[in-house]
Design a protein around this ligand. Structure first.
Ligand SMILES: [Zn+2]
Length: 238
């Protein structure tokens, strides 16, 4: 048997009594496990099979392809998050981003920590206006961990520093005024450029200090979603 910590990404009914649970694990990346008799034996899995649940899991069989969930101990079921529809929607989007971009059975401990920390912050957040901002920071940090953060320090086409005001999806980031965009492109305000440049280095433990207003947050959510879809061909929720 093998033990790790994991967050439920999805839970599907399988046959009469079983469920397939997709976990983002701390040690093995994303894996699917069969939870035998999950629909009858609530006691064994003590409510830990619901999406977002964070648990210590005990697995048998071949990881990642033929693994069976033996038992689990719930660390956090994010009960308060589940009471708030906006929070559930945003948490669902974060999980979708992980499923579409990081569905690999190799260890990605930074992404496991990022998702766990973000869900905890989402649950604790008392200001509804800051929920989208948290979603934006999560997306920027996620793509940065996956190695395709947009280029923002110098022109993504000619490498010059100078004035970078246009975000060109095809070039992979900001471009200078001398270069021509290669695809759909966005003109960014200085505060938007600054935010995109620095968000990947933000510490989530200091999220409360992050200031960025609602309108640019929504604009940057659309931009980063388009950028990521452009480069990965994944269909991602904004
Ligand atoms: Zn240039």
């Amino acid at each position: 048997m093998a033990l790790t910590r994991a967050i439920v990404l999805s839970s599907e009914v399988f046959g009469e009594a079983d469920r397939y649970i997709q976990f983002l694990t701390r040690d093995w990346g994303v894996i699917s496990t069969l939870a035998k008799a999950a629909r009858k034996s609530k006691r064994r899995y003590v409510g830990g099979l619901d999406i977002f649940c964070h648990s210590e899991i005990n697995v048998r069989g071949d990881i990642p392809n033929r693994a069976y969930l033996v038992e689990l101990t719930v660390l956090n079921s994010f009960t308060k998050l589940r009471d708030d529809l906006d929070k559930i929607l945003i948490a669902g989007q974060l999980v979708q981003w992980v499923r579409k971009l990081a569905d690999v059975a190799t260890p990605i401990p930074q992404i496991y920590s990022l998702l766990g920390q973000t869900l905890a912050l989402l649950e604790a957040q008392s200001d509804p206006a800051r929920l989208s901002l948290l979603g934006l920071v999560f997306r920027l940090k996620l793509i940065s961990h996956l190695g395709f953060h947009p280029r923002t320090e110098a022109c993504a086409r000619c490498n010059q520093e100078g004035e970078l005001a246009i975000f060109d999806l095809g070039s992979g980031g900001l471009i200078c005024t001398e270069c021509k965009p290669t695809s759909d492109h966005w003109e960014l305000y200085p505060e938007e450029r600054q935010f995109i440049t620095h968000a990947k280095d933000l510490r989530l433990t200091r999220f409360e200090e992050v200031q960025f207003s609602e309108k640019p947050t929504q604009r940057m959510l659309h931009l980063i979603t388009q950028f990521t879809s452009f480069h990965t061909h994944a269909k991602l929720p904004v």
